[in-house]
Design a protein around this ligand. Structure first.
Ligand SMILES: Nc1ncnc2c1ncn2[C@@H]1O[C@H](COP(=O)(O)OP(=O)(O)O)[C@@H](O)[C@H]1O
Ligand SMILES: [Mg+2]
Length: 318
């Protein structure tokens, strides 16, 4: 039985995960996947695939969907990952009772050339900027509704700045969000919708350069419990088996800032050796659980039931 890894240019996590699994006694082996032309009817040799890159490579995303149909367990669910975005997630979290920054989805600045003014008759124009800013307050954060890697994230201090940066966003759909003036910030690995590692994090440092730090007692027990419960709750709702969740803490309240990171940073140089070891161990244990104790396929997909009809009990010829 094999676990396959689909990875980008990252080093350290994939190699160390493979080494850990292959030198332990989990009952399966791990290796890098090699994939070329994929036939629609191909079986998949991997019981489980850990996906770290399909958000950047459409071929991989589509391969993973067909692998799921062939019976592989994909971490993370490629169907939901394709549909997910930060705006929906923010709205969902609010419904789950998790604190969120006030957030507004903005119409795009530009559209693809095939879209003309007539195509946009449903759009309110001009945008009611003052109303939007009165709601979010200033400073505010403007970021893509489905972004990642800190790309196109702007801190906005004035209406002039808002217009200046909005005018540079082209066809990217953005949202404007209340800036949470935090006194503490955490990033949490959540594995298998039940294991949570809360990591103190300093976002004032440059991206992927020493933002994680270890500090005993960084959170008081009640706050730690609340964040742990909310990580589990939101990952149950979104269905992610591997995720990181960021909370900005203001006046003791954790506001969910970024919680759709299905291929989270896992490089030891960035997250640190200890945090990476935790991740490797819990990912391997999750694979073992799914491989041997069972796994419920994606319930929201209509075809799953058709492919897996309930087993009839007491059948046989009369
Ligand atoms: N509403 C907010 N309040 C305070 N800081 C924020 C807010 N939104 C984003 N940030 C800061 O910007 C960084 C990048 O934003 P984030 O939503 O995490 O985007 P990405 O998905 O690109 O990582 C966060 O780590 C945080 O430091
Ligand atoms: Mg982030």
């Amino acid at each position: 039985m094999k676990v396959g890894l689909l990875v980008g240019r990252e080093t350290s996590f994939p190699e160390r995960f493979i080494e850990h699994v292959n030198s332990s006694d989990y009952g399966f082996e791990a290796e890098m996947i090699h994939v070329g032309g994929v036939k629609a009817v191909d079986p998949c040799e991997y019981k489980i695939i850990i996906d770290r890159i399909s958000h950047e490579v459409p071929f991989y995303r589509c391969f993973l969907k067909t692998a799921a149909l062939a019976g592989s367990i994909i971490i993370n669910n490629p169907f939901w990952w394709s549909a997910d975005d930060k705006m929906f997630g923010t709205a969902l979290l609010a419904k789950l009772g998790i604190a969120i920054p006030k957030t507004v989805l903005l119409p795009q600045k530009e559209y693809i050339p095939a879209i003309s003014n007539e195509s946009l008759r449903n759009l309110e124009y001009p945008i009611k900027w003052q109303e939007i800013v009165d709601y979010t307050g200033l400073p505010a954060i403007m970021k893509p509704y489905d972004g990642g890697g800190w790309k196109n994230v702007y801190k906005i201090h004035s209406m002039d700045e808002l217009m200046h940066f909005y005018n540079q966003t082209g066809t990217i759909c953005m949202m404007l969000q209340e800036f949470i003036n935090f006194d503490r910030y955490v990033r949490c690995y959540t594995i298998g919708k039940k294991n949570v590692l809360i990591m103190p994090y300093d976002p004032s440092k440059p991206y992927l350069q020493g933002q994680y730090f270890l500090e005993e007692g960084y959170l008081e027990p009640a706050l730690r419990d609340r964040i742990t419960k909310e990580c589990i709750l939101l990952n149950e709702a979104l269905g992610y088996d591997m995720n990181t969740v960021e909370f900005a803490i203001r006046d003791g309240i954790p506001y969910a800032i970024d919680f759709t990171n299905p291929a989270p940073d896992a490089d030891a140089k960035s997250v640190g050796e200890e945090n990476q070891q935790w991740l490797i161990k819990h990912m391997a244990e999750l694979c073992a659980e799914y491989a041997f104790k069972g796994y419920t396929p994606y319930k929201q997909l209509n075809w799953v039931e058709m492919m897996n009809p309930p087993v009839k009990v007491g059948g046989g010829k009369k």
